[in-house]
Design a binder for this molecule. Sequence first.
Ligand code: PA5
Length: 532
Amino acid sequence: MKFTNEQLWERFQKFYTEFPSIQLALDLSRMNFSDAFLVSMQPEIDRSFRAMAELERGAIANADEKRMVGHYWLRNPGLAPTPEIRREIEETLASLKSFVREVHEGRVQGARGPFKNLLVIGIGGSALGPQFVTNALSHPITDMLSVRFFDNTDPDGMDRVLAGIVTELGNTVCIVISKSGGTKETRNGMLEAKAAYERAGLSFAQHAVAVTGIGSELDKVAVNEGWLMRFPMWDWVGGRTSELSAVGLLPAALQGFDVDSLIAGARACDEVTRVTDLKRNPSAQLALMWFYAGNGRGSKDMVILPYKDRLELLSKYLQQLIMESLGKGLDINNTLVNQGIAVYGNKGSTDQHAYVQQLREGLNNFFATFIEVIRDRTGDSIPVDPNVTSGDYLSGFLLGTREALYENGRESITITIREVSAFSVGVLMALFERAVGLYASLINVNAYHQPGVEAGKKAASAIIDLQGKIVDFLTHKKSSPQTVVQIAEALGNKSRAETVFKICEHLAGNPDTGIRRHEGTGPAAVSYQKAD
Ligand code: PA5
């Protein structure tokens, strides 16, 4: 089904809504749903609104982990279910701002003087929000500190980051972020950073700040080593919805971003998206469109297309927020549902020279979400053609691509914001957070746990244990090279020969391990030996 231009204009007037208090507009006209669909979903969306209201009142919305879900209180502490939680939020924000002021005024400094750089170590929900916000709001001249990230346990990745600041570590404040305080990638990043500071003759503790749960492993390290500062993470804030806790606010404030506007944007958006009238609630409209597009089964991918370089990381941020929240095997009744929505994207118009070809003409397995930003730049523009600017082209490419997709039966949503600012970034985060929560209710999954992530963490730790045993065994067998089958059998793990092979190959490929490879034809004939 496809609407004519005349019908589209009718639909546009009906399904284009402006939300003045958050300076955002949402256009659903190019999604081909019917009025009957909206009517049929009314009881479902009403149920989702009720679930959301209970969640905001402090219900144990994450039943598996037996915890409340309180990211909405972060931007309006008055809504917190207890005075203690309200106080914790307010006091943490006040102490965060006072710490940042001391850093900016040079009253808190590194071993070589005032802080110039910021190294943020975290992963997943403890990195993607800060990375998105940095990319959206940073300015090379006016930022108070220049930021780098360790968001992986890739040694080469960390070396590359360190190479840019190695001579300035004495002016670099390092924030280690981990809600659980036990995430290995982050722990490794912290140890690598610490070693780099020590190689430079500096005390890591004098430059390190922890954002973590009170009493976590990371918290204990920070206390024992006497780190510069600690900020709490609470069990009622999920990793991927933690941007407006110290996780996101500390890096943002240190860079000099307007965190009050970030919070104000999210709070204003919460007020709009709390309304239980579908026509006046953009998050509910989004959730329903996701349901319509994929039949409530996620059968269409969500392609995020912001036409603005500053929003390039939005799709990466949303990919985690949406896929980690909705991608669930079991629903709330423990029925196998294998739910989720695949999310990808980058930015327009760049993507028009990449995958948009397939979007228009190839598999029709997606719906696009265009993000339009009205304001082109801070200053004036030069004409690149008579009376036409680069920004006009960017806008033209957005409108042209949207039309070209629709002509070929590809549906899209358009979100319009006035400009990229701390306020609008806060709005966008809150808009999608609530859309995810409402959609999760529609499909009856728990959006706030991540059992799959935990499963991956356990499996990786079993591999590291096995590696330790392999190294011990090869050390013991020094004189005679061992095949992977011999190693696996000796370790009582015959069925894991392939894993043993992969571990040995990695060890042998890194000379500092002292493991050598003896060639053979095929994985079963290759053998390994620990050098003296
Ligand atoms: O959203 C989530 O819960 C996850 O992506 C976590 O943020 C991620 O696993 C990192 O966890 P932690 O902050 O405990 O180190």
